[in-house]
Design a protein around this ligand. Structure first.
Ligand SMILES: [Mg+2]
Ligand SMILES: [Zn+2]
Length: 253
């Protein structure tokens, strides 16, 4: 952890929750923003929003089994999405009703302007990541393209979900030999990509971010990721929405 050590820890010592002393510094060309999708770029976690919208109460038990580490995310995703009994049109209609954090576009535009890297890394499904980013005007491309700093697409790694008349078919193209917990292992992507950048800036909110975020240089955290970092005494910047992250990175100021 570099200058992010001045983040939340310092403020708690001073007994002042609201003020962060010393920012992470402005976004630079050699930075990689490594950002979660569900609950970070989308306002709500898409899987949870689907469970709630369809009142799939049994899916919560699966969710808790995964959070407790009793099942891996692949089993969790397959069983939860297996409960979704809707036509493709109805699935898309539901996905289209979910809200995005509009600060994401400001962030992506600044990244392109500066020539930095940005990669979306999700342990959710690509069909809704692509569709929801498409809704706010962004095409997506394979995550490895982040090394080329593309100007017209958002590189992303996610699990594959194909919407069919028989339901959503899920596969795991980024499955890791090393990791037994994730479908799309964020830590493995981070370790592989980091050598191409001088600083990794992690932005996330949840359980699938826990192991990877510990290896980033600067961490912006909310919800479960924030709880984990606070309890572990690790430095992080709290955020409520992406505009908060942008402000600390000197984007749009
Ligand atoms: Mg998330
Ligand atoms: Zn993993």
């Amino acid at each position: 952890m570099q200058d992010s050590s001045k983040a939340k820890q310092g403020t708690e010592q001073a007994g002042c929750e609201a003020q962060v002393t010393g920012g992470p510094g402005h976004l630079q060309r050699e930075d990689l923003i490594f950002i979660d999708f569900d609950g970070t770029i989308s306002v709500e976690d898409t899987g949870i929003a689907v469970i709630n919208a369809l009142e799939l109460d049994e899916a919560w038990e699966i969710e808790y089994q995964w959070r407790r580490g009793e099942i891996d995310s692949m089993e969790c995703l397959a069983r939860q999405w297996g409960m979704v009994d809707l036509s493709p049109a109805a699935i898309y209609r539901m996905i289209d009703s979910f809200e995005m954090d509009h600060g994401f576009s400001d962030m992506a535009e600044a990244v392109i302007q500066i020539g930095a890297g940005l990669v979306v890394v999700s342990d959710g499904l690509d069909f809704y990541v692509d569709r929801m980013l498409g809704h706010i005007g962004w095409e997506t491309c394979p995550g490895e393209m982040v090394l080329q700093r593309p100007r017209h697409c958002i590189p992303r790694f996610a699990n594959r979900g194909v919407v069919t008349d028989e339901g959503i078919q899920i596969s795991f193209p980024h499955r890791s030999e090393q990791c037994s917990q994730c479908g799309n292992c964020k830590l493995e992507h981070l370790m592989r990509l980091r050598r191409h950048f001088s600083r990794v800036i992690y932005v996330g909110d949840g359980h699938s971010d826990l192991c990877a975020a510990r290896f980033a240089d600067v961490v912006f955290a909310k919800d479960a990721l924030e709880d984990d970092f606070r309890q572990a005494g690790r430095a992080y910047y709290p955020f409520a929405e992406l505009a908060d992250v942008n402000a600390l990175l000197g984007i749009g100021v």
